[in-house]
Design a binder for this molecule. Structure first.
Ligand code: KG4
Ligand code: ZN
Length: 384
C-alpha cells in the first residue's frame, strides 16, 4: 500500500512538471477548493488572474447544523460521515455552477488542518484522488491561512497587513507578512471568541450556531443592564481571554433564573458589549505596536476574518478603531466570513502562483499553527 502511494505520487509529480499550472495565454488559474474541517461541507471554484485579481465562479456550502443540534455541539464522527455523504455532489455542483470540467482546473485544494481529523481526511483524500486522476497539482491548505487571505480575493488587499482572526476555534492577532508568512502577535489563553458565543447561546437556550443567535437576540436587548467584565482590557499582555466572561454570564443568569425573554436578550446584549470592548482594547494595542513596522506611503490595512467577523456590531466597532488609528478596514462579505470553499480555493490559487505545491503524501494536521515560532502564551494550553 505504501509502495503504491509512493509510486502514484511520483507519477503525479512528473505529470505536474509536464503540465502548465496556469493558462499562460490568458494568465489565469482556476482552482477547486474543498472545505471539510468542521461542520460545513463546501466546494468552490475561483479564478485568479496573473495580476493577483480574483473572482468566485461558484461557492456551494452545505451546513450540518441540523445533524448536530440535538447534541448541543458538533459530534466529530457524525460530521465526518456527513462530509462523506455529500462531498461528491458538492464538487459536481461547484464545477457545474462554474461551467467548467475537472480538466479545466489548474489545481485542487483542500483544507488539511487545523480541524476535526475525520472531516479533514474526507476532504483531503477526495482532493488527492481528483488530483491523482487528473494529474493536477494538489494543494494542502491551512484553514487559518485561507481565512487570512480571503480579503485578497474580495478586496484585492495584499500583505503586509494586521489581521484579527476570530473563529470557532481560534482568536488571534496576526501580522500577515506575505502569503505563507505569518507572525502571531496574540492568541486566546482559554476560549476562542466563537466558542464563547456558542457556549453563551447554549447556556441561554438559543439555537445553533450560537454566534448569529446571540447577535440577533442582542439587537433588542439592553447592553448596560448587566455589569460584565471586559477581559484583559488595559493589560500590557497582548492576549485574549473569554472563559471568565462566559462564566460571568452564567453567574448573572443564575442569580435571576428563571429567565424571561427580556432577561435573555439583555444578557446577550451585555455579553456582546463586553466582547466588543475587550476586542477593541486588544486590537488598539496591536495597532499601536505594528504601526511603525508597516510601510509608509500606502494604506495600512486592518483585516478581520473568520466566522465571528460576520458580527455586525463587532465590525462597526472595528471600523471605528481603524479610522482612529489610520488603518484601512477590510473584512470579507458576511457569506465569506464563515467557513466556505472559496477561501480554500483562493489560498490554493495564491500558493499555486508561488509554486507551493504539495505531494499526495501531505498529511492532514488537526493542529497546524500559522506561526510555528510564536512564543507560547502563558496559560494558553493546546490552543497556543
Ligand atoms: O470560521 P468559522 O465558520 O468556523 C471555524 O473555523 O471555527 O467560525 C464559526 C464561529 C462559530 O463559533 C459561530 O458561532 C461564529 O463563528 N459566528 C458568529 C457569527 N456568525 C458566526 N459569531 C458572532 N456573530 C456572528 N454573526
Ligand atoms: Zn473557519
Amino acid at each position: 500500500m505504501l509502495q503504491r502511494n509512493a509510486n502514484s505520487n511520483l507519477a503525479h509529480q512528473e505529470l505536474n512538471e509536464m503540465m502548465p499550472h496556469v493558462d499562460s495565454a490568458q494568465g489565469l488559474s482556476l482552482v477547486l477548493g474543498i472545505e471539510t474541517s468542521c461542520d460545513e461541507t463546501a466546494a468552490a471554484v475561483v479564478e485568479r488572474r496573473a495580476n493577483g485579481q480574483g473572482r468566485v465562479l461558484s461557492n456551494v456550502v452545505l451546513s450540518q447544523f441540523d445533524k448536530h443540534a440535538i447534541y448541543g455541539g458538533v459530534v466529530p464522527e457524525i460530521a465526518a460521515r456527513a462530509h462523506t455523504d455529500c462531498l461528491d455532489r458538492l464538487v459536481h455542483a461547484a464545477l457545474a455552477e462554474a461551467k467548467i470540467g475537472l480538466s479545466d482546473l489548474s489545481g485542487i485544494a483542500a483544507a488539511s488542518g487545523p480541524g476535526l481529523i475525520g472531516g479533514l481526511i474526507v476532504g483531503a483524500t477526495t482532493a488527492k484522488a481528483l488530483a491523482l486522476a487528473t494529474g493536477k497539482p494538489f494543494l494542502a491548505i491551512n484553514h487559518l491561512e485561507a481565512h487570512a487571505l480571503t480579503v485578497g480575493l474580495t478586496d484585492g488587499v495584499r500583505p503586509p497587513y494586521l489581521m484579527l482572526l476570530v473563529s470557532g476555534g481560534h482568536t488571534q492577532l496576526l501580522l500577515v507578512e506575505d502569503v505563507g508568512r505569518y507572525r502571531r502577535l496574540a492568541t486566546t489563553i482559554d476560549d476562542a471568541l466563537g466558542e464563547a458565543y456558542d457556549k453563551t447561546a447554549k447556556l441561554l437556550g438559543l439555537s445553533m450556531p450560537g454566534g448569529p443567535a446571540v447577535e440577533k437576540a442582542a439587537l433588542s436587548g439592553n447592553p448596560h443592564r448587566f455589569d460584565l467584565p471586559r477581559p484583559m482590557a488595559g493589560r500590557d499582555d497582548p492576549h485574549f481571554s473569554f472563559a471568565g466572561l462566559k462564566t460571568a454570564v452564567r453567574h448573572a443568569a443564575m442569580k435571576i433564573a428563571p429567565l424571561s425573554q427580556a432577561d435573555v436578550v439583555d444578557l446577550c446584549a451585555s455579553f456582546q458589549a463586553a466582547v466588543c470592548e475587550s476586542v477593541v482594547d486588544r486590537v488598539q494595542r496591536a495597532m499601536r505596536a505594528v504601526l511603525p513596522s508597516l510601510p509608509e506611503g500606502r494604506p495600512k490595512p486592518f483585516v478581520v476574518a473568520g466566522g465571528v467577523a460576520a458580527n455586525k456590531v463587532l465590525r462597526t466597532a472595528l471600523v471605528g478603531i481603524s479610522e482612529e488609528f489610520g488603518f484601512a478596514f477590510h473584512a470579507p462579505p458576511l457569506g465569506l466570513c464563515t467557513d466556505n470553499g472559496a477561501m480554500i480555493a483562493w489560498a490554493g490559487a495564491e500558493r499555486l502562483a508561488l509554486g507551493f505545491i504539495d505531494g499526495l503524501q501531505a498529511p492532514v494536521r488537526p493542529r497546524w499553527p500559522l506561526d510555528p515560532d510564536a512564543v507560547k502564551a502563558a496559560g494558553a494550553g493546546i490552543k497556543a
